[in-house]
Design a protein around this ligand. Structure first.
Ligand code: MG
Ligand code: ZN
Length: 216
Protein backbone atom coordinates (compact mmCIF):
# COMPACT_ATOMS: atom_id res chain seq x y z
CA UNK A 1 0.00 0.00 0.00
CA UNK A 2 2.78 2.44 0.83
CA UNK A 3 4.22 1.95 -2.63
CA UNK A 4 0.88 2.89 -4.15
CA UNK A 5 0.73 6.11 -2.13
CA UNK A 6 4.16 7.22 -3.30
CA UNK A 7 3.32 6.35 -6.88
CA UNK A 8 0.08 8.33 -6.76
CA UNK A 9 1.87 11.37 -5.36
CA UNK A 10 4.39 11.31 -8.20
CA UNK A 11 1.64 10.75 -10.77
CA UNK A 12 -0.23 13.79 -9.45
CA UNK A 13 3.01 15.79 -9.59
CA UNK A 14 3.68 14.75 -13.18
CA UNK A 15 0.08 15.55 -14.19
CA UNK A 16 0.49 19.03 -12.74
CA UNK A 17 3.77 19.44 -14.63
CA UNK A 18 2.07 18.42 -17.88
CA UNK A 19 -0.64 21.00 -17.23
CA UNK A 20 2.03 23.71 -16.67
CA UNK A 21 3.67 22.72 -19.96
CA UNK A 22 0.34 22.81 -21.78
CA UNK A 23 -0.34 26.34 -20.47
CA UNK A 24 3.09 27.53 -21.56
CA UNK A 25 2.85 25.84 -24.96
CA UNK A 26 -0.49 27.54 -25.55
CA UNK A 27 1.13 30.90 -24.85
CA UNK A 28 4.30 30.15 -26.85
CA UNK A 29 6.54 30.22 -23.77
CA UNK A 30 9.79 28.23 -23.64
CA UNK A 31 10.64 27.33 -20.02
CA UNK A 32 14.11 26.51 -18.68
CA UNK A 33 14.44 24.85 -15.27
CA UNK A 34 17.73 26.11 -13.80
CA UNK A 35 19.25 23.79 -11.22
CA UNK A 36 22.41 23.71 -9.09
CA UNK A 37 23.82 23.72 -5.58
CA UNK A 38 23.40 26.98 -3.62
CA UNK A 39 25.99 29.55 -4.64
CA UNK A 40 26.83 28.21 -8.09
CA UNK A 41 25.70 31.46 -9.68
CA UNK A 42 22.14 30.84 -10.90
CA UNK A 43 20.89 34.32 -10.07
CA UNK A 44 24.05 36.00 -11.36
CA UNK A 45 23.75 34.03 -14.59
CA UNK A 46 20.16 35.24 -15.08
CA UNK A 47 21.11 38.83 -14.22
CA UNK A 48 23.64 38.76 -17.04
CA UNK A 49 21.63 36.67 -19.51
CA UNK A 50 18.37 38.57 -19.68
CA UNK A 51 19.95 41.80 -21.04
CA UNK A 52 21.72 39.73 -23.73
CA UNK A 53 18.40 38.36 -25.00
CA UNK A 54 16.28 41.50 -24.73
CA UNK A 55 14.42 42.92 -26.51
CA UNK A 56 14.15 40.14 -29.11
CA UNK A 57 13.21 37.60 -26.44
CA UNK A 58 10.93 38.74 -23.64
CA UNK A 59 12.14 37.02 -20.48
CA UNK A 60 10.55 36.37 -17.11
CA UNK A 61 11.76 34.56 -13.99
CA UNK A 62 10.17 32.42 -11.32
CA UNK A 63 12.72 32.26 -8.54
CA UNK A 64 12.50 29.68 -5.77
CA UNK A 65 14.09 30.04 -2.35
CA UNK A 66 13.13 28.87 1.13
CA UNK A 67 13.01 32.44 2.44
CA UNK A 68 13.62 36.06 1.43
CA UNK A 69 12.98 38.01 -1.77
CA UNK A 70 16.69 38.81 -2.21
CA UNK A 71 17.08 37.07 -5.55
CA UNK A 72 13.92 38.69 -6.92
CA UNK A 73 15.25 42.07 -5.77
CA UNK A 74 18.55 41.43 -7.55
CA UNK A 75 16.69 40.60 -10.74
CA UNK A 76 14.09 43.33 -10.32
CA UNK A 77 16.01 46.08 -12.09
CA UNK A 78 16.15 44.22 -15.39
CA UNK A 79 12.65 45.20 -16.44
CA UNK A 80 11.54 41.57 -16.77
CA UNK A 81 8.61 40.19 -14.75
CA UNK A 82 9.97 38.40 -11.65
CA UNK A 83 8.03 36.29 -9.17
CA UNK A 84 9.64 34.99 -6.01
CA UNK A 85 8.31 31.68 -4.72
CA UNK A 86 9.13 31.04 -1.07
CA UNK A 87 8.94 27.34 -0.35
CA UNK A 88 9.19 27.70 3.46
CA UNK A 89 10.89 24.45 4.35
CA UNK A 90 10.69 22.97 0.88
CA UNK A 91 14.05 22.07 -0.60
CA UNK A 92 12.81 22.03 -4.22
CA UNK A 93 10.14 23.68 -6.35
CA UNK A 94 6.99 21.65 -6.97
CA UNK A 95 4.83 21.85 -10.09
CA UNK A 96 1.99 23.18 -7.92
CA UNK A 97 4.18 26.11 -6.81
CA UNK A 98 5.16 26.77 -10.41
CA UNK A 99 1.47 26.75 -11.38
CA UNK A 100 0.84 29.47 -8.79
CA UNK A 101 3.84 31.35 -10.15
CA UNK A 102 2.45 31.13 -13.69
CA UNK A 103 -0.79 32.66 -12.41
CA UNK A 104 1.17 35.83 -11.55
CA UNK A 105 2.58 36.25 -15.08
CA UNK A 106 1.08 37.43 -18.37
CA UNK A 107 2.23 34.40 -20.33
CA UNK A 108 1.20 35.82 -23.71
CA UNK A 109 3.83 38.54 -23.21
CA UNK A 110 6.68 36.13 -22.41
CA UNK A 111 8.96 34.19 -24.77
CA UNK A 112 11.41 32.69 -22.32
CA UNK A 113 10.68 31.75 -18.72
CA UNK A 114 13.55 30.89 -16.41
CA UNK A 115 12.57 28.84 -13.37
CA UNK A 116 15.39 29.25 -10.86
CA UNK A 117 15.03 26.21 -8.63
CA UNK A 118 15.95 26.04 -4.94
CA UNK A 119 19.70 25.50 -4.57
CA UNK A 120 20.05 21.76 -4.01
CA UNK A 121 21.79 19.03 -6.00
CA UNK A 122 19.47 16.18 -5.07
CA UNK A 123 15.68 16.34 -5.00
CA UNK A 124 14.93 19.21 -7.45
CA UNK A 125 16.21 16.86 -10.16
CA UNK A 126 13.36 14.42 -9.40
CA UNK A 127 10.55 16.88 -10.14
CA UNK A 128 9.35 17.76 -13.60
CA UNK A 129 7.96 21.29 -13.27
CA UNK A 130 6.59 21.48 -16.79
CA UNK A 131 9.79 22.93 -18.22
CA UNK A 132 10.94 22.30 -21.77
CA UNK A 133 14.65 22.22 -21.00
CA UNK A 134 16.95 21.82 -18.01
CA UNK A 135 20.07 23.87 -17.42
CA UNK A 136 22.40 22.63 -14.69
CA UNK A 137 25.18 24.78 -13.23
CA UNK A 138 28.35 23.49 -11.63
CA UNK A 139 30.78 26.03 -10.19
CA UNK A 140 34.49 25.38 -9.90
CA UNK A 141 34.65 25.88 -6.07
CA UNK A 142 32.31 22.90 -5.67
CA UNK A 143 35.02 20.58 -6.94
CA UNK A 144 35.61 18.58 -10.11
CA UNK A 145 34.08 15.37 -8.70
CA UNK A 146 30.43 16.47 -8.55
CA UNK A 147 29.25 15.06 -11.88
CA UNK A 148 30.18 11.56 -10.74
CA UNK A 149 28.69 12.09 -7.27
CA UNK A 150 25.34 13.56 -8.38
CA UNK A 151 24.42 11.66 -11.54
CA UNK A 152 20.67 12.22 -11.13
CA UNK A 153 21.23 15.96 -11.51
CA UNK A 154 23.49 15.83 -14.54
CA UNK A 155 22.00 12.91 -16.47
CA UNK A 156 18.75 14.66 -17.51
CA UNK A 157 20.42 18.04 -18.20
CA UNK A 158 19.99 19.61 -21.64
CA UNK A 159 22.89 22.00 -21.09
CA UNK A 160 25.55 22.17 -18.37
CA UNK A 161 27.32 25.38 -17.40
CA UNK A 162 30.67 25.21 -15.66
CA UNK A 163 30.69 28.58 -13.88
CA UNK A 164 33.37 30.67 -12.15
CA UNK A 165 36.04 29.50 -14.60
CA UNK A 166 38.09 32.55 -13.59
CA UNK A 167 39.05 30.39 -10.57
CA UNK A 168 40.25 27.39 -12.60
CA UNK A 169 43.93 28.02 -11.95
CA UNK A 170 43.57 29.08 -8.31
CA UNK A 171 41.64 25.92 -7.51
CA UNK A 172 43.75 23.60 -9.68
CA UNK A 173 40.45 22.52 -11.15
CA UNK A 174 40.49 19.60 -13.58
CA UNK A 175 37.75 20.39 -16.10
CA UNK A 176 38.81 17.36 -18.16
CA UNK A 177 37.70 15.20 -15.23
CA UNK A 178 34.25 16.80 -15.51
CA UNK A 179 34.18 16.09 -19.25
CA UNK A 180 35.27 12.49 -18.70
CA UNK A 181 32.57 11.90 -16.08
CA UNK A 182 29.96 13.50 -18.34
CA UNK A 183 30.98 11.31 -21.26
CA UNK A 184 29.75 8.29 -19.26
CA UNK A 185 26.53 9.96 -18.16
CA UNK A 186 25.25 12.50 -20.64
CA UNK A 187 26.70 13.01 -24.10
CA UNK A 188 23.70 15.03 -25.27
CA UNK A 189 24.17 18.21 -23.23
CA UNK A 190 26.84 20.70 -24.28
CA UNK A 191 29.22 21.85 -21.53
CA UNK A 192 29.61 25.62 -21.57
CA UNK A 193 32.52 27.02 -19.59
CA UNK A 194 31.65 30.49 -18.39
CA UNK A 195 32.06 33.23 -15.83
CA UNK A 196 28.78 35.12 -15.51
CA UNK A 197 30.43 37.97 -13.54
CA UNK A 198 32.97 38.77 -16.27
CA UNK A 199 30.69 37.71 -19.11
CA UNK A 200 33.04 35.01 -20.43
CA UNK A 201 31.13 32.25 -22.24
CA UNK A 202 27.78 33.98 -22.04
CA UNK A 203 27.41 34.46 -25.79
CA UNK A 204 27.64 30.69 -26.22
CA UNK A 205 24.92 30.24 -23.58
CA UNK A 206 22.72 32.91 -25.14
CA UNK A 207 23.20 31.19 -28.50
CA UNK A 208 22.11 27.89 -27.02
CA UNK A 209 18.98 29.57 -25.66
CA UNK A 210 18.14 31.20 -29.01
CA UNK A 211 18.47 27.82 -30.73
CA UNK A 212 15.80 26.36 -28.45
CA UNK A 213 13.17 28.40 -30.27
CA UNK A 214 13.92 26.75 -33.58
CA UNK A 215 13.97 23.30 -31.98
CA UNK A 216 10.78 23.51 -29.93
MG1 MG B 1 19.62 32.38 -6.46
ZN1 ZN C 1 13.42 18.74 -1.89
Amino acid sequence: MKINVVKNVMEASDAMADENRRRMDAAGVVAINVLSAPGSGKTTLLEKTIPLLAPRYRCAVLVGDLQTTRDAERLGDLGAPITQINTGRGCHLSPAEVAEGLDTLELDKIDLLFIENVGNMVCPAAFDLGEHFRAVLLSTPEGDDKVAKYPTLFQPADVILLTKIDLLDVLEYDSQRVRDDLSKLNTRAPLIECCPLSGAGLEEWAGWLRERFSEK
